[in-house]
Design a protein around this ligand. Sequence first.
Ligand code: UD1
Length: 419
Amino acid sequence: MESSRLLIEGGRRIEGEIQIHGAKNSVLPILAATLLCGDISSIHNCPGLSDAFAAMRILRSLGCEVSHEGSTVTVNSANAEGDIVSDGLMHEMRSSIVFLGAILGRVGRCRLSFPGGCELGPRPIDLHLEALRRLGVKITEDHGILDCTAGVRPTSADITLSLPSVGATENIMLYSALGSGETVIRNAAREPEISDLAGYLIKCGAEISGQGTSTLVINGVESLHGCEYSVMPDRIEAATYMGAAAITNGELMLKGVNPADMYSCMSVFSEMGCGVYPYDDKIFISARKPVSAVRTVRTMPYPGFPTDCQPIVMAVLAKSSGTSVIVENIFENRFMAAPELRRMGANIKAEGKVAVVEGVKKLYGAPVRAYDLRAGAALVVAALGAEGQTQVSNIHYIDRGYESIETTLSSVGANIKRV
Ligand code: UD1
């Protein structure tokens, strides 16, 4: 795991075109959802990410036939009778908890280890479990193992989430798609990836309405069938490459994106002084002059500014004129990039939920370490805008969410290689 590093020689302008891959946060729940149809689904636009490969291994371990050709993954879940996700597989991918609702929906039982803490601080699943209990699931927690058995489903369940958790919304949708009851989720997450999961399930025959709003209604159906579905574009990957253009005074055409999902990100880059021009399924960003500080950036559930883009924006603002404030409202431990950026000459003070970024004129290459996926991507962005060479280690984190980041960035002028 610890072997590869990225070597980045900074100071080159990022210029050209990038085709954005399918979304990590969409492909994982959709792959889990393929379990529910007991049939063949072909999922197109699957990104080649270590997290997606881990999801495929989980599907195989449950009895699915999974084949992967180019960016299409075909899953036959006809014989998916498995109900256990091994501890090793649970640990491989933090988001494997999304398999809970799907396995329970498919076979009525599920045993897996508690996901526990992660790089972003404690990652509770109390909302997932509370909702499943409301849907009649019996859950015991013993020595870190969750044992769940589907009981009698209520004919209708009205569930209000105390916060719009993406994972909890997905698990409730997955568990409720099959069956006879009506499930209403209030204060549901509105992220586009939720609508994408709903899109796949509906194509398989599910009855879901309200996606994209905070009230989702799922009417259970007796069975689902397979389908062909294309995963939505990755808005976080797109924002990362916007960051690469911004910090290098570059110009990029991002292709295959959905600009409507990215307004909050685009407005932050515009406020920095970048020209941001969305049209159709493209965004053109032009950063012909050094970026300037912004007013407070606050992370919020969608359609607010995404927490996953926060480290990227922090890296760009580290090399800007003026002082910016970042407030992180979603995760406790999400300023992991700050100490590493300081090694590169950034002036960032982070305490609790707030980081104050005093822009500097220059960042300098340094040996730095990725402590989580987006913090790692933020270091790559900073390195592109830094003088001299940066070595980023721990890059298995980056591979969880970016398909061959070095190939993509080299194609637009970066001097970056994996060693
Ligand atoms: C998903 C995304 C992640 C993104 C996050 C927020 C995937 C695979 N991951 O993560 O990239 O950063 O949404 O947009 O889609 N919480 C509870 N109890 C729960 C569940 C969550 O307290 O039962 C809290 C979390 O600690 C966190 C907040 O709710 O503070 C948001 O978490 P959630 O929306 O559930 O994020 P994930 O689904 O884990």
